[in-house]
Ligand binder design. Structure first.
Ligand code: SF4
Length: 243
């Protein structure tokens, strides 16, 4: 835990340097030979980043747009829309399939038995639920916890995509087949996809098993720990001992 904030700052600094280098190369290709460092010019340049920052929509705006959504049939039996929770500036997002019984009642993601296991997984990688962001592909509970259908996923996916753009995590861990297929558009079993990194724009995505699957198949916990060690290594978190 102690190394993470420093690592996060270092990563942000490296990102900023990379961005500056790429902008300088672009300006150079456009024929720029140097810079005017007058107060007026510096004032203009200092506004560039703010302009880009302001273009990122907030999670509040996305939640407001969802409203009392009835864009798919999952609206009929839900008690609460489960939007997501955690750090809106998280470096790491976890994305599951959809809310279950407890989540539907409480309006919070991953608060049932599978959620408690996810909390333990997050602690094992030396982070807390408050440091990451957690949400699902569909925001309403499918009846009897059935798998969401393709049209339900298509109806809700734009909200998840907007959440990802708003948070801009560096890493994203998909939990289970539905989250992985929905975001990566790869039609392979989770057993094949897990434990490898995939690019989603600038974001590194690592799929792993869903905690609910682990509750039914505890022998797969070892695989998830192997996946989490890869994630920790990529994030610069000391893996230490097996929990
Ligand atoms: S699952 Fe998503 S699209 Fe369907 S009703 Fe709920 S919020 Fe709307």
């Amino acid at each position: 835990m102690a190394t993470f904030p420093r690592q996060a700052h270092k990563e942000k600094l490296m990102e900023a340097i990379e961005q500056i280098c790429s902008n300088l190369m672009l300006l150079s290709e456009m024929g720029c030979k140097g810079f005017d460092c007058s107060n007026q010019s510096l004032h203009i340049v200092s506004g560039w980043g703010k302009k880009v920052y302001n273009q990122v929509e907030s999670l509040e705006k996305i939640r407001k747009d969802i409203g009392e959504c009835d864009r798919c049939r999952l609206s009929k039996n839900r008690r609460n829309i489960v939007f997501g929770s955690g750090n809106p500036h998280a470096s790491l997002m976890f994305v599951g399939e959809g809310p279950g019984y407890e989540e539907d009642i409480q309006g919070e993601p991953f608060v049932g038995a599978a959620g408690q296991l996810l909390t333990r997984i997050i602690k094992a990688i030396k982070l807390s639920r408050e440091q990451v962001y957690i949400c699902n592909v569909v925001k309403c509970r499918p009846p009897d916890n059935r798998t969401p259908t393709a049209d339900e996923i298509m109806a809700c996916l734009p909200f998840l995509q907007r959440q990802i753009r708003a948070i801009q995590p560096r890493f994203l861990c998909t939990l289970g087949t539905i989250a992985t297929k929905s975001l990566l558009q790869i039609d392979e079993p989770i057993s094949v996809l897990r434990g490898k990194f995939y690019d989603l724009g600038q974001i590194k995505v690592i799929p792993t098993y869903h905690p609910a699957y682990l509750l039914r198949n505890p022998e797969r916990k070892r695989d998830v720990w192997e996946d989490m060690k890869k994630l920790m290594n990529a994030m610069g978190i000391d893996t230490g001992k097996n929990p």
